[in-house]
Write a protein that binds this ligand. Structure first.
Ligand SMILES: Cc1cc2nc3c(=O)[nH]c(=O)nc-3n(C[C@H](O)[C@H](O)[C@H](O)COP(=O)(O)O)c2cc1C
Length: 169
């Protein structure tokens, strides 16, 4: 398997913590971790496989560094690239915008020719609306984690998802 770039942004450190767990658990190939505040367009050209991580803020906004990078992100050609996305959110506090950021990144990846892997069932979650939900499906575009309300479920969700994307990459 080719090297993977894990690109993430985190406001209060919750997503960053998950990134550490992914790095510890990932054994399938080499993984390069890049904070989105440092990422360059060339980084997206250098790799074929990506894991993107972010949280959602302020009623459906991207995490602040992703928000700053979003205009350039929209110009990236994802042809022949494979992408898995995970997002953190709060399904009870922000149930109308749960992990919206996952959907906002997924939309760009798909529009720009990329292959998305790692979709994840919505079944276990309790929310009203989410841009991360695939239209007409009971699935998210990527893994949803809720450290605010269900931190105890995170290790199992993460391990299962990592296995899934390892076989899909
Ligand atoms: C002011 C505020 C706004 C938030 N807005 C959303 C939101 O719109 N949707 C969502 O799913 N989570 C929302 N959250 C929850 C965060 O995404 C969650 O706490 C996450 O774990 C933060 O991760 P980070 O520290 O990596 O940024 C919000 C949290 C706060 C404090």
């Amino acid at each position: 398997m080719n090297k993977i770039a894990l690109i993430y942004g985190s406001d209060t450190g919750m997503t960053e913590e998950i990134v550490h767990n992914i790095v510890d658990d990932w054994s399938a190939s080499e993984i390069d971790v890049i904070e989105v505040s440092n990422v360059k367009k060339e980084d997206f050209e250098r790799f074929d496989n990506f894991i993107l991580g972010l949280s959602t803020w302020y009623d459906g906004d991207l995490q602040s560094d992703w928000e700053e990078y979003y205009d350039e992100f929209k110009t990236i050609d994802f042809t022949n690239k494979t992408v898995a996305i995970f997002g953190l959110g709060d399904q009870y506090g922000y149930g109308e915008f749960f992990v919206d950021g996952v959907g906002m990144l997924a939309e760009v990846v798909l529009k720009n020719g990329g292959k998305l892997i790692g979709k994840w069932s919505c079944e276990e979650y309790d929310f009203e609306k989410s841009k991360a939900q695939i239209e007409g499906e009971d699935n998210f575009y990527g893994l949803a984690l809720d450290e605010d309300n269900e931190p105890e479920k995170t290790p199992e969700r993460l391990q299962k998802w990592l296995k899934q994307i390892e076989s899909e990459f």
